[in-house]
Design a protein around this ligand. Structure first.
Ligand code: FMN
Length: 276
């Protein structure tokens, strides 16, 4: 696809910011003195849109996107103290209300999280989401049945005995210590052949988590669900329609919290190593 790199020349102040900021260094100055991308260099564009983002007067459009349709950044970023409270005050939520989150909110959270950075700007993360409580219960029951079977056949590795305990509790008491009645499930996967599939997934999910928690949505990184789908019961990938050529990033359960945390927690000082 052509890049559609366009400069609205009357507004261009010829500051050169787009030229200097282009990571692929493909923007040059045309014979008329305005920025331009030579056709033979278009293939090197990584589609990061830094040219559109950096342009002070907002006269560059690329890939069909116009600067005017972007969000202004100046004066709009959260205060550092707010970000600090978010990072320290985000909690793993394990108690949920028995209700669905508005699908439009879920869609919005995912659309925003999809702006997370990806290696070489691959932008291939795929979100698999169960946004309906009843469907999640169906999926959970299928997963738990599979795990109970694995337990019966002694297939749960010793190294996962902690997980086996949760399966036993389900079998004996039907107590769900894995999903903990979360109404929704998010899984991020990415094609194995992109530069950094796992990293891309984890970063996107981290962004999702932070934005979710500022929107009153509780989340928990769910290692047991990840292990069950990715390692123990591969048939679940089929159930979820996860492509075979995708790397499994992680699983996160989420929903409206039935708990409110009044304060942040406190941790030991960070482990920081300065070799020089
Ligand atoms: C990669 C990862 C996997 C996790 N898996 C689970 C899990 O399977 N079940 C669970 O209840 N919590 C899980 N957690 C949440 C951690 O237990 C939690 O982050 C930790 O107890 C600290 O609590 P906080 O997140 O509220 O600060 C996981 C967290 C991470 C980062």
């Amino acid at each position: 696809m052509m890049l559609q790199f366009e400069v609205n020349k009357p507004g261009c102040i010829r500051c050169g910011e787009c030229v200097f900021d282009c990571p692929a260094r493909i923007i040059g100055v045309g014979s008329d003195g305005y920025p331009a991308i030579p056709p033979e260099k278009e293939g090197n564009c990584i589609r990061c849109e830094h040219c559109l983002a950096v342009c002070p007067p907002g006269v560059i459009s690329i890939l069909g996107y116009k600067a005017a349709d972007s969000l202004p950044v100046e004066g709009k970023l959260p205060e550092p103290a707010a970000m600090e409270t978010l990072i320290k005050g985000r909690r793993s939520v394990r108690r949920y209300r028995e209700e669905n989150i508005d699908p439009e909110l879920i869609q919005h959270l995912l659309e925003v999280a999809w702006h997370a950075p990806t290696g070489v700007n691959a932008r291939q993360v795929r979100f698999t989401v169960i946004d309906d409580r009843e469907k999640l219960v169906q999926f959970r029951d299928q997963m738990m049945e599979g795990l109970v079977q694995q337990l019966k056949e002694n297939k749960i590795p010793k190294s996962r005995s902690y997980f086996a305990l949760f399966v036993k509790v389900w079998e004996r008491q039907k107590a769900d210590l894995i999903f903990r009645n979360a109404p929704h499930l998010l899984i991020a996967t990415a094609p194995k052949n992109v530069a950094t599939p796992k990293e891309d997934c984890l970063i996107a999910m981290s962004y999702f988590e932070l934005l979710a928690q500022t929107n009153g949505v509780g989340t928990v990184w769910n290692g047991i669900v990840k292990w069950a789908i990715d390692e123990m019961l591969p048939e679940l990938k089929e159930t979820l329609g996860i492509p075979e050529d995708h790397q499994f990033g992680y699983a996160m359960t989420f929903g409206v919290p039935a708990v409110k945390y009044a304060r942040t927690v406190q941790h030991t000082p960070a482990t920081i190593h300065r070799p020089m």
